[in-house]
Design a binder for this molecule. Structure first.
Ligand code: HEC
Ligand code: HEC
Ligand code: HEC
Length: 373
């Protein structure tokens, strides 16, 4: 349609209006398309020096996601692929859906500049740029204008957590068995490790990201446990461990909707409670964060008893991540920081692998954390 429009008026058109018409065409042709990371990298946009314009540079030089496709061509991927009967990890949807997401996008939605081997790039998280690429730099566009034009509202932690968890929590049982790393979603530390290419002025955003992220992880793991024909033991254990953790955390903070540990194998209530918790906008302060931290650090006596070592391990892993995030938030917001780095390091070391995990030793290290609070 837009082509015939230019043909009709083409003969008599002045040069400047031709340029405008071309812009309109490009915008329309790219209407819902992915343009690829090259569309963002010019130095006057996100590929420049200086904090405000360096997102492309951060992503291309430091961000793990930039290597996500390349990893599929290495020896470890070849071994995983072979074990599950895949000929080429680099082009099989079982791998590319997370490692090279453009390969799952219909060809008609990819502009010629979008390369399938980009890995996890800007638009995987920020949404296809076709509709907003031109407009989003206009001074009269606010953040809300950009979002209404189709840019994903990643400032909203619920939206952000949903974006990341799609690739960072649930993975098929046979891939795990074949040697794929277990996925453990935790939004606060993983945002930090990505690393962040954005300004973060809210001193409580880390604690909030932790809670929203764990709630979303619980929702996803319990959903998969319920709906898979053969749920991975990892999903089941993750669900139970997160329900345990969030039950204790929400009990310690009256403002939060509750998570109640399941008493039967029916995980549907948990899935819903987790989503409600994830949507609730928690407004933490020193007292509420401290109250949750205390409640979690006081669980040492729960690391003895009839649970299996695997169950303790899954709990301990999530507990360690919680303590890390809450202590970091408290130390950022409180004049007198808690000096418990060594104690937290010991917990981290305890949960590195299941093989050398010892619940009694973990409980002892947890008591050491408590004694420093
Ligand atoms: C659900 C999304 C998802 C799927 C599907 C998936 N991966 Fe991954 N993969 C990840 C994530 C996320 C990581 C990073 C894990 C971490 O380090 O915490 C990862 C890590 C890896 C690593 C280790 C990379 C490193 O630097 O240590 C390899 C190798 C790998 N994946 C290969 C594969 C192969 C091969 C397939 C298909 C058979 C596959 N993945 C399918 C999400 C996925
Ligand atoms: C893995 C997901 C992910 C990828 C990949 C990603 N971003 Fe982001 N980006 C985020 C999140 C989360 C935020 C924080 C929310 C916000 O500020 O909008 C963000 C924020 C931003 C911001 C706002 C900066 C600020 O300080 O407010 C810009 C600009 C941006 N990203 C550009 C890019 C560009 C350009 C690329 C590719 C080179 C990219 N992003 C890749 C997730 C991602
Ligand atoms: C389309 C799938 C996808 C999405 C969406 C995604 N990731 Fe990833 N992420 C991956 C894959 C695949 C890897 C493994 C790449 C590698 O190891 O180099 C990875 C690796 C990482 C790593 C390094 C390994 C680790 O777990 O510490 C971090 C940190 C990370 N992602 C954070 C995030 C955050 C934060 C978001 C959301 C803002 C996000 N990711 C969204 C697929 C995704």
């Amino acid at each position: 349609m837009s082509r015939s429009f230019i043909l009709i008026i083409g003969g008599s058109i002045a040069l400047s209006s031709l340029a405008i018409a071309k812009e309109i065409i490009q915008t329309r042709e790219n209407a819902d398309k992915f343009v690829g990371a090259t569309g963002c990298k010019s130095s006057s946009c996100h590929g420049g020096a200086g904090e405000k314009r360096s997102q492309y540079i951060t992503w291309s030089r430091q961000d793990f996601h930039n290597k996500a496709f390349a990893i599929l061509t290495d020896a470890r991927s070849a071994r995983i692929a072979e074990a599950v009967g895949i000929a080429d990890a680099g082009s099989n949807a079982r791998c590319t859906v997370c490692h090279s997401p453009f390969q799952s996008v219909a060809q008609t939605r990819l502009a010629s500049t979008a390369h399938p081997d980009e890995g996890v790039s800007c638009e995987t998280c920020h949404a296809a740029a076709g509709p907003w690429l031109r407009g989003h730099t206009r001074p009269d566009w606010t953040y809300a204008t950009r979002v209404s034009a189709g840019m994903r509202d990643l400032r909203n932690l619920y939206v952000r957590a949903n974006t990341c968890v799609a690739c960072h929590q649930n993975i098929d049982a046979d891939l795990l068995k074949a040697g794929h790393p277990a996925l453990v979603f935790e939004l606060d530390s993983q945002s930090f490790n990505e690393p962040k290419h954005w300004q973060d002025d809210d001193s409580w955003s880390g604690a909030r990201a932790w809670l929203t992220g764990q709630a979303v992880a619980l929702r996803e793991a319990s959903w998969r446990s319920r709906t898979d024909n053969e749920p991975a033991p990892d999903m089941q254990e993750t669900s139970l461990a997160l329900a345990w953790l969030l039950a204790r955390a929400t009990l310690a903070e009256p403002a939060l909707p509750k998570v109640v540990e399941p008493t039967s194998s029916d995980l549907e209530p948990i899935q819903q409670q987790a989503d409600t918790l994830a949507r609730s906008a928690w407004n933490p302060n020193i007292y509420s964060a401290m109250s949750i931290l205390r409640a979690l650090a006081e669980t040492d006596s729960e690391f003895v008893g009839k649970q299996t070592s695997v169950q303790f391990f899954y709990r301990a892993k999530r507990l360690g991540l919680a303590l890390d995030s809450l202590v970091k938030a408290l130390n950022t917001n409180h004049g007198v920081p808690l000096k418990i780095d060594n104690e937290l390091n010991a917990l981290r070391e305890d949960v590195r692998t299941h093989d050398h995990f010892d619940a009694a030793r973990f409980a002892e290290h947890l008591r050491a954390v408590r004694s420093k609070m």
